[in-house]
Design a protein around this ligand. Sequence first.
Ligand code: UD1
Length: 429
Amino acid sequence: MDKIVVTGNGPLNGVIPISGAKNAALPLMIASLLTSDKLILDNLPHLADVESLIRILTNHGVDYKVEGKRLGQNGGEGRTVHFRAGEIVDTTAPYELVSRMRASFWVIGPLLARMHEARVSLPGGCAIGTRPVDLFIDSLQALGANMDVEAGYVVASAKGGLRGTRYRFPKVSVGATHVAMMAATLAKGETVLENAAREPEVVDLAKCLVAMGAKISGAGTSTITIDGVDELHGARHSVLPDRIETGTYAMAVAMTGGDVLLQGAEAGLLDNALDVLRAAGATIDVRNDGIRVARNGSDIQPVDVTTEPFPGFPTDLQAQFMALMTRAGGTSRITETIFENRFMHVQELARLGARIALDGQTAIVTGVQHLTGAPVMATDLRASVSLVIAGLVAEGETTVNRVYHLDRGFERLEEKLTNCGANIRRVSA
Ligand code: UD1
């Protein structure tokens, strides 16, 4: 299994192009199941999760064509991929495929809406807490589906199709919002989703669905209204820039010092995280072509952070921010409110010399002068990259094992960092 070896090497300087957002790409690809016409997605990132989802979609009968380079080949630009679900040949999403990635469970919404039935394995994904599916089941039930759990599968049916409804999510869920919104596009009548997720990826999906003929208003607020239509048609849509990748590299630069342009990044997608970085001592310059992040001379300041649904500080940047705080000139408190078990990186950061104490859902991080390289292991996607960020300033070599987590969500990470002066390489074991 591949490893990433990072050697602390001073400031980062240069340009890092920001890829299309993984968390938008996945639901957008799944939306292709809603129509027999072609959905063309531009700026799709090269990621293991995208390729896993393609395997799942082809199992349901989706044909795809990559413009230019083939899947798996590297290239500087995001790819354009054509998806066509001319005929759905199978409404079952099997365990072997769904267990690899939680978001693949989301096919349940479009399959149910278009085929009036779906049988989808309960999901797997990152080991960051129990992550149940009750909100999916409840909201689809509200839309008129019969929902059962049998032998590890969620079995859904809606004879005669889904019906519009008013449903209030008891808890904000990005995935359940995507799924209920997609399902409601083909339901009879109006659906109002309350306490919906406001994440930019929900807005991006709504834009694409509207381009496909759906009637949706309010995406980006906590109340989304969907007027069901008989069918959707093809469309072309460009995936929005990845705000988590943006925030991750911004934190890397805040950590190492230097001056980097995050090309194509959109500041409006991560205002809260950028404010936190400013408070931590980084200079953030929002430009037409991206965001320039610099830290020259000033120390890293401690900042307290609590993760929240959008527009709050994202849980997907919590681990990276904790890495940064390990070198702050003081003590910071980082509180995780979205997932109950998202502190697995704490022990690994400690192996590099970080001083972190856990108090329930809060990590108390006391900044240290030096980190020292060590072999570390990552248990989820964002935790892995936090170890890379720490490795960039650690003395000596940090070896990050289980790199497949990084490949799920970060496109050409080594290349992007090397181009800015980092000493980072992949070693095939
Ligand atoms: C998405 C993102 C993930 C991010 C998360 C929170 C994608 C592909 N993944 O994950 O990167 O960390 O949003 O911003 O977009 N929950 C329930 N019952 C449910 C569904 C969720 O209790 O039926 C809980 C979860 O366990 C969690 C919370 O709701 O505690 C939020 O999870 P959710 O927003 O659903 O996360 P995902 O959509 O899986």
